[in-house]
Write a protein that binds this ligand. Structure first.
Ligand code: URA
Length: 196
């Protein structure tokens, strides 16, 4: 990753750290700007920080994050070497409620800057909130997961189930959410391997 891009990301993060554009600035412990590794290939966009993320200032560090790491590991990917992770909004909503439209709007510039600086070739939209925010659709995730959509800068975007949803659905039977996630991660790895 070019040093210049790291510098650009650091500048956006710096701005974010003092952000007071919405009321979540009053209740946050930490801004959760990004995790994983900045790279041009693979970005995952989640929903919003939860309790543990807010405490640590890092995305996906709770139970859902552990499952996400396992999903990536099942195809040999990891946040240490392959995936840049961020969220639709950077501050935790109280009681983990869905982000409000005005919160998403206020935070949009940071996510857009992350995408514009890294220009990832594959973007994973993790869960309903990310899908609705980025694709602007209200279609259910179950209907559109696993499909490729055109993204910014000629990227490919795929909606995937949120790991929290998978934690609530234990079955691994054919057609179950976990089984579908397994199909999707294999498809994602195939596309990842084809990138130069
Ligand atoms: N869920 C998300 O969508 N993002 C996080 O960072 C943690 C949990």
């Amino acid at each position: 990753m070019a040093e210049n891009l790291e510098v650009q990301l650091a500048a956006v993060k710096e701005k974010c750290l003092s952000c007071k554009k919405c009321s979540l600035c009053k209740s946050r412990t930490n801004i959760v700007f990004s995790g994983g590794i900045p790279n041009h290939k693979l970005m995952l966009i989640g929903e919003a920080p939860g309790y543990y993320e807010d405490q640590k200032g890092e995305p996906f560090v709770g139970k859902a994050g552990q499952l996400l790491d396992k999903i990536f590991a099942s195809v040999g990917l990891s946040r240490e070497k392959d995936v840049y992770i961020c969220n639709t909004i950077k501050c935790r909503p109280p009681e983990n409620r869905d982000p409000l439209p005005e919160e998403k709007e206020a935070c949009k510039e940071y996510l857009e800057a992350q995408i514009e600086i890294l220009k990832p070739r594959i973007i994973l939209l993790c869960g309903r909130v990310a899908v609705n925010s980025i694709l602007g659709t209200t279609q259910g995730i179950t209907r559109i997961r696993g499909r490729w959509f055109e993204g910014p800068n000629f990227s490919k975007m795929m909606p995937i189930f949120h790991p929290s949803y998978l934690l609530r659905n234990d079955s691994r039977e054919k057609g179950s959410p976990k089984w579908l996630m397994w199909q999707d991660i294999q498809e994602i790895k195939k596309a990842y391997d084809m990138l130069d």
